[in-house]
Design a protein around this ligand. Structure first.
Ligand code: NAP
Length: 290
């Protein structure tokens, strides 16, 4: 199949384009900087913010399927931007060819603006396109911003000789997934009926424990006590400086920390379980680099 991959240069898009090419698909990579594209297939100019000029041309019009991997987490007004981008993509793509969208786990009606926005984009795409939505929590992959934040904070905090006091929100449970498993699930999603499916790794874990595991994967020891009655959003800016990660993205990710992001049993992808890599193995692979 010829497959149009938006966000092809991103943390997920990069390994996905490799996997699609390895599976025999022809990749058309949508990027704002096609001249810098080094992945498989060919790149076309694609900018969903370039009002009236977002059309990536013939290549995307004739593709058999698409992946939608774009987000605006690095902007303060990300929800509005992502809403507009999803509508613009639906205008371009139309209703009769499949699009696989990678969204976020969590129950509907969440308090986190970031997760609400991920769900809203899924709703827009499902309403207007033949959409297969895969919902995931943190992807443990070298270039994933949420993983980088986790790994750097785990390492930094481990320099403390005492247990580290963290917001109570870090007691919330999540179900991270290894990058290789997630990419395999995305390729497999091309065979699914339109709908919304949850994907996650084999372990459910509290954020506080995940941070300890991230430190251990880097050869460090860390004890995190999730006892501070403070909204994690307040420590986002300071944390982003300490970890060297984009401040808007850090704030948005921290604001979602109190939400449970766990696979709903009745929304699992049908068929055999593909995501079997343990958290420790996925952390080790991510720390080894892209
Ligand atoms: N990483 C995770 O842990 C995780 C977990 C669950 C869900 N997701 C979802 O997976 C998707 C991909 O995440 P990611 O981590 O790969 O993101 P990422 O690394 O930040 O990549 C974002 C991509 O968006 C493209 N992009 C940005 N602005 C654009 C615009 N105006 N027009 C067209 N393309 C634009 C960029 O391409 P160019 O710069 O080349 O134009 C880039 O390739 C997102 O929807 C995210 O919410 C990610």
């Amino acid at each position: 199949m010829e497959i149009f991959v938006t966000g092809a240069t991103g943390a997920i898009g990069r390994p996905l384009t490799e996997a699609l090419a390895a599976a025999g698909h022809e990749v058309v990579a949508g990027t704002r900087h096609p001249e810098a594209y080094r992945g498989p297939g060919r790149a076309v100019q694609f900018d969903l913010d370039a009002h009236g000029r977002a059309d990536p041309g013939e290549a995307a019009r004739t593709a058999d399927a698409a992946f939608y991997l774009v987000h605006a987490l690095d902007q303060r007004s990300f929800a509005q931007v992502d809403r507009d981008r999803a509508e613009r993509f639906a205008d371009l793509w139309g209703a009769d060819r499949p699009v696989v969208y990678l969204g976020g786990l969590g129950e509907p009606g969440l308090g986190s603006p970031h997760l609400r926005s991920r769900h809203e984009v899924g709703l827009i795409l499902r309403r207007r396109c033949e959409t297969i939505e895969l919902r995931a929590a943190m992807v443990l992959g070298a270039e994933s911003i949420s993983f980088q934040l986790l790994a750097r904070l785990g390492r930094l905090a481990s320099f403390s000789p005492l247990p580290v006091l963290a917001p109570q929100a870090s007691r919330a449970r999540t179900q991270p997934i290894g990058q290789a498993d997630l990419v395999a699930a995305l390729v497999h999603a091309l065979e699914l009926e339109p709908g919304s499916y949850d994907v996650g790794g084999p372990e459910v874990i509290r954020y506080a424990d995940l941070m300890e595991r991230a430190a251990r994967a880097q050869g460090r020891t860390l004890k995190v006590l999730p006892v501070v009655p403070l909204d994690p959003e307040w420590i986002g800016p300071a944390t982003s400086v300490a970890a060297g990660v984009d401040p808007w993205a850090t704030s948005a990710l921290f604001a979602g920390m109190g939400e449970e992001t766990v696979v709903r049993p009745d929304h699992r992808v049908p068929g055999p379980e593909l995501a079997t890599t343990s958290i420790d193995d996925a952390l080790a692979a991510a720390l080894a680099g892209p």
